[in-house]
Ligand binder design. Structure first.
Ligand code: 7TS
Length: 426
């Protein structure tokens, strides 16, 4: 059962040079007042999903309390209010990612559904036997499996850009794999295991020369830095609200308008039609053509509060804060004996997600021991089994940072690691 601690950590005197005032941010997250096993919660699993600030929790509750009704249907006041709030989030998303039009923003359930939408809707109509789908060796299963499924149905071939020994993408070899047969290049913005940030604009430029479309899995990108679809010149971008302080059950697909116009709907039902007769149906305008059925109304509305929260902090400050913290963590991790970090060692060129193994300690055992200390990290294959095979691991431990983490959390992790080391006689 949850317990609430009254005094959790020493007050920090905010340092003017630091990008974020973490102490103030922490006050916004009710869950951070919890203890786990009588220890203050140290949450280091934001790459899996983020905790929610009270602004987001309140926005969702407010909608249910005051403005909840179905959207796009009713002429009555409550439905008009809910529709305005729902569509307001769409505008906020378009602004956040530099999309020219709200027609290009489709709400889905998550990144996974967004990628499936592109795979099924664009892929099934445009791919034929012998066409190539180019991915990378560092993808999450949600940017692998949908393409395997579509390749099976169309006869297209899936290829993977390789990694270099330093775990970054081998861009020279990767770009050479783009050829006239390549119809889709689908790449993660940031690896959820390695923390590698990929050179999307360069990949997109080469893909465009060969007429391939570019899909970006930005599940770990949009939450942590300024991501602009126009600057990267890409066709599709997928991400999830729950990894950026927003609610679970809301995802985004950005799609270039002319491509979305030409695509068939992914799912059929209410709201996505213009008219239906006994003989067939015609489709609604963008973006609603791709939003069949009653959407996740209150959570989409709550997502806006998350975007506003991040924008108030400033995405550049969010990124800077994560670099500072990652630099500190990488430095401190050098103290640990027989310790391997999978990913670049330079904080400036990577994200704040650090995968590691400690020799002689299974990652799951490590995560269990850390949990006893109130520290939440992820252990497992992180839904990237092909990458695990390349790393020669069945699992890694992984700590990931967000806006409410500070050096105290890294220090707690390091104390936990040495405690685990002692436990396993290292
Ligand atoms: N792509 C990447 C790069 C991810 O990190 C994840 C989730 C997804 C896609 C899928 O997102 P979803 O919202 O559709 O589930 N990554 C993780 C993780 O690293 N641990 O748990 C989920």
């Amino acid at each position: 059962m949850a317990t609430v601690s009254t005094k959790l950590r020493d007050p920090i005197v905010p340092d003017k040079r630091e990008a974020l005032d973490v102490q103030r941010i922490r006050d916004d997250f009710p869950v951070l007042k919890r203890t786990i096993n009588d220890k203050p919660l140290v949450y280091l699993d934001s790459a899996a999903t983020t905790q929610k600030p009270k602004q987001v929790i309140d926005a969702i509750a407010d909608n249910y309390r005051h403005n909840y009704a179905n959207v796009h249907r009713g002429v009555y006041t409550l439905s008009a209010e809910a529709t305005d709030l729902y569509e307001g989030t769409r505008s906020a998303v378009a602004t956040l990612i530099g999309a020219p039009s709200t027609k290009e923003i489709i709400f889905t359930r998550n990144t996974t559904e967004s990628i499936n939408l592109v795979a099924y809707s664009w892929g099934l109509s445009n791919l034929k036997s012998g066409d190539e789908i180019l991915l990378t060796e560092m993808e999450h299963h949600s940017n692998l499996v949908p393409w395997y499924m579509i390749a099976k149905r169309t006869g297209a071939i899936v290829r993977h850009m390789p990694l270099r020994a330093d775990y970054t993408l081998d861009l020279t070899a990767g770009l050479d794999m783009i050829n006239p047969q390549t119809k889709i290049v689908s790449v993660s913005h940031t690896s959820n295991v390695l923390g590698v940030i990929n050179p999307i604009a360069e990949i997109a430029e080469r893909a465009r020369k060969h007429g391939a479309i570019v899909v970006v899995d930005a599940a770990q990108g949009v939450p942590h830095s300024k991501v602009d679809v126009s600057q990267m010149d890409i066709d599709f971008l997928a991400f999830s609200a729950h990894k950026m302080l927003g609610p679970s059950g809301v995802g985004v697909l950005y799609g270039r308008e002319e491509l979305l116009e030409a695509m068939e709907p992914f799912m059929g039902g209410g709201d996505m039609i213009s008219s239906v007769t006994l003989d067939g149906a015609t489709w609604n305008e963008l973006p609603w053509k791709f939003e069949a059925g009653t959407p996740n109304i209150a959570d989409v509305i709550g997502f806006r509060a998350a975007i506003e929260y991040l924008e108030k902090l400033g995405m550049d400050n969010v990124r800077k804060h994560e670099i500072e913290l990652t630099e500190y963590a990488l430095e401190r991790m050098k103290e640990v004996k027989d310790f391997t970090i999978f990913g670049p060692q330079d904080a400036e060129s990577r994200a704040g997600v650090i995968s590691f193994v400690q020799e002689g300690v299974h990652p799951h055992d490590l995560a269990t021991i850390l949990d006893r200390e109130g520290i939440a990290i992820r252990a497992g294959h992180h839904c990237a089994q092909p990458l695990m095979e390349i790393l020669g691991q069945t699992a890694t431990a992984r700590a990931s940072f967000y806006v409410h983490n500070d050096r105290h959390d890294v220090d707690a992790l390091m104390a936990g690691l040495s405690c685990a080391g002692r436990f396993f006689g290292r």
